[in-house]
Design a protein around this ligand. Structure first.
Ligand SMILES: [Fe+2]
Ligand SMILES: [Fe+2]
Length: 184
């Protein structure tokens, strides 16, 4: 991948995937009644996802994929589905966040239901990354020209500019702490 924007999106995916593996490790504990779920770690993970991918990564992808749609590529339905999925995933993150907040406040939450929702969420996130990496990014590389990328970079400036250095650093630290977390 020679394109700087695609390289950045690909680097984001690597971090998102790492965070998802951490979430998977936490969810596994749900099956064992002797393991206390690490709610603070799960909340950190959901906080990360609702900020880095959802506020900074999806909006840039939206610009790339909408530009790609203008080029009449093959399988436009798949591109549209990925775009719609950003909204679905964002809604699911919010639902999970609410559910885990209730757990954190000791409000009874049906664990089996939560486990199922979290498992579906994980697989949808991973399939989403996979569709982008294996189909959409290569298609963007093939169909978009230099002038398109210049337009995309210009349009993405607002989003990139909105990531202030302080919050970016804060979320880099959060990522480190999520990845380095070890269940007591
Ligand atoms: Fe995406
Ligand atoms: Fe993505």
């Amino acid at each position: 991948m020679n394109n700087a924007i695609l390289q950045k999106l690909n680097a984001d995916h690597k971090n998102i995937a790492k965070v998802m593996y951490c979430l998977r490790a936490q969810i596994k504990g749900f099956e064992d009644p002797d393991i206390e779920p690490a709610i603070a770690q799960i909340m950190d993970i959901l906080d990360y996802i609702s900020t880095v991918p959802e506020r900074w990564h999806h909006p840039v992808e939206d610009i790339v994929f909408k530009k790609l749609l203008e080029k009449s590529p093959p399988h436009p339905e798949q591109i549209k589905a990925v775009l719609r999925e950003h909204e679905d995933l964002e809604r699911l993150t919010m639902e999970l966040k609410n559910a885990f907040e209730r757990v954190a406040m000791d409000i009874a939450v049906p664990v089996a239901h939560l486990y199922r929702t979290a498992t579906i969420y994980l697989s949808r996130q991973m399939l989403h990354l996979d569709a982008e990496e294996s189909v959409l990014f290569p298609m963007a590389e093939e169909y978009l020209e230099d002038s398109d990328w210049t337009d995309i970079e210009e349009a993405a400036q607002n989003i990139i500019g909105a990531m202030e250095d302080t919050s970016r650093l804060e979320y880099d630290h959060l990522l480190d702490s999520i990845i380095n977390f070890e269940a007591g």
